[in-house]
Design a protein around this ligand. Sequence first.
Ligand SMILES: C[S@@+](CC[C@H](N)C(=O)[O-])C[C@H]1O[C@@H](n2cnc3c(N)ncnc32)[C@H](O)[C@@H]1O
Length: 239
Amino acid sequence: MTARDVKRRLAKSLAPLQPRRALVAAGRHLTDRALTRAANALGGLEQGRWLAETGSNVPNLADRFAVFDQAMNRLTGSAPLYVEFGVFQGRTMRYWASKVAFPGARFVGFDSFQGLPEDWQPDAQRGSFAVGKPPEIDDPRVSFEVGWFDDTLPNWTVPDHDQLVVNIDCDLYSSTRTVLDWLRTRRAPGTLVYFDDLFNRDHQWRALREWLGHDGAAAQPVAMARWGHHMLFQIPPSS
Ligand SMILES: C[S@@+](CC[C@H](N)C(=O)[O-])C[C@H]1O[C@@H](n2cnc3c(N)ncnc32)[C@H](O)[C@@H]1O
């Protein structure tokens, strides 16, 4: 082997290392925000691959309210139970209560109203979204369970209902996991589960992937908005 061959072989074996070297060099200059964006970009790629693998042809709608409208079109009875995890000022609770007219419907909002229990992302740290108390919604069908999900969920008596709708808008991986663990014994054919913040790879997207790999395996994606930032799933009515 000539010196030239050795050099060529060496160059070939080192080639895959060069992009990593460039990444590490670039990483020295990145802010937290930029790193989070990079991680979330990878999450977007993963979501696209997962959609392709599952053969899902999920319509991409304008915004979360369009997704909620799709969820409402899937209500089959007159006594749905809508449970929202992460209420904040009550914008989405109000939307659901104003659009679903059945007297037998119930809308229950879970929130500490103390804000996020942990840091979420650079612009939303622990304590973000603290408003102190539940919103005032003038509808006797609406109620709130105030406290941390870990404390309120185990003692909560689930009201009678003919279909469960779960809106998970609590941002964090840990909070989303608590909700999905609770859901394990509550979901039924027809149950609708909405995730508000799948754009974040380390939080809701991570929790969703784990869920789909275990308890949520039967869940089908049925609508999304903002290219998977918001996504609605349904346990098939016949399963
Ligand atoms: C983004 S806000 C909800 C926004 C609301 N759904 C809306 O559309 O206006 C997230 C909320 O989740 C709540 N939250 C997150 N984790 C929680 C937990 N483990 N227990 C109780 N509340 C939690 C926070 O207090 C915060 O109000």
